[in-house]
Ligand binder design. Structure first.
Ligand code: SF4
Length: 318
């Protein structure tokens, strides 16, 4: 099964913007392409707006709230149409096992955060505090879904975290493909213990307790809560300090297998990573090598060691 990725249509190069142009992201349209199946949506075109079309913006109309109106004519109000479309579309997408969504930044329709909201009293008094109308509905309908903006994906840390979450959600969906069972959840959770340790140590502990008591819950309710908490936890980027702790934890598994020189080599690489002199990939490559020489059933199934294809080259910048 492929990884379904929702995307603002203009981000993969479709000429659907107000000026008939696009906002193609090389990373999304080219580098992610071999791994995903895009589900492109242009909400403005979908509600019948033309290409080209007048620009629109979010306008705070105090008592009636934030409206999606045309810049040059605030009586041309597209709010109701956009909200109705967004409800219908996100309901449809919720049934498609999407694993993530890349939206176009700054757009009053698709922006995820810091979208300009104008005041009726004049253009100057704008605030960057809004969320695009469509993306707001998307995030409310699927709060567990990894959603990221095209521009933020140029940051190597945010990019890695987003792609990692997409692959993790895909793994969660696949793990439940035969039905949501206690065993499937426990096995999935077990594979992500080191990941949780690196991303959110607090949730590593509390989610661990929650899973330990899985027999006390209705399985469907448990899964809904688990998915939410798990996806929220891994949305925190793994810090250098937490990654170092996990690497040292991994090192402990090989203490009987490695001689003094090999132990020192691994310790030095972990330290070099901690000091910012080496990417995370360096100690991880050595650990994966040791794991091949000294197999360990628990470690080899840990998603932390191989979260996504190496060909994505995401850990070089970490
Ligand atoms: S930002 Fe959204 S609404 Fe605007 S052109 Fe891109 S896909 Fe369409």
């Amino acid at each position: 099964m492929s990884i379904k990725l929702g995307v603002s249509a203009c981000v993969i190069g479709e000429n659907v913007r107000f000026d008939s142009g696009h906002k193609r992201s090389h990373f999304v349209a080219k580098e992610l392409l071999p791994y995903v199946e895009f589900v492109p949506v242009c909400p403005e075109v979908a509600i019948g707006m033309s290409i080209p079309r007048p620009t629109i913006r979010l306008l705070d109309k105090d008592e009636i709230g934030i409206r999606l109106v045309e810049t040059k004519d605030s009586t041309a109000d597209h709010t109701e149409k956009m909200e109705a479309f967004s409800r219908k579309k996100t309901e449809q997408l919720a049934g498609m096992d999407l694993c993530g969504y890349v939206v176009c930044a700054k757009s009053p329709t698709c922006g995820m955060e810091r979208v300009k909201v104008y005041k009726e009293s004049g253009n100057a008094a704008s605030e960057k505090s809004g969320v695009g109308l469509y993306t707001k509905q998307l995030m409310e309908r699927m709060p567990w879904l990894p959603v990221e903006e095209d521009g933020r994906l140029n940051d190597p840390v945010l990019r890695e975290n987003f792609v990692f979450r997409v692959f993790a959600l895909k793994d969660l969906h696949d793990s439940m493909a035969e039905g949501v069972t206690r065993r499937a959840i426990v096995e999935f959770h077990s594979r992500y213990k080191l990941v949780l340790m690196a991303h959110r140590p607090v949730e590593y502990k509390s989610l661990g307790k929650y899973v330990a008591n899985i027999a006390d819950y209705d399985i469907d309710e448990f899964f809904t809560e688990y998915r939410m908490r798990f996806m929220k936890a891994i949305a925190h980027c793994a810090s250098k300090k937490n990654n170092t702790n996990v690497l040292m934890h991994l090192q402990g598994y090989f203490k009987r297998d490695l001689d003094k020189t090999a132990k020192a080599e691994l310790s030095n690489l972990i330290l070099a990573y901690r000091k910012g002199e080496m990417p995370l990939l360096a100690p991880l490559t050595l650990i994966n090598h040791h794991l091949q020489m000294h197999p360990d059933a628990y470690l080899s199934q840990q998603s932390y060691l191989n979260p996504y294809p190496n060909s994505l080259r995401l850990r070089y910048g970490l």
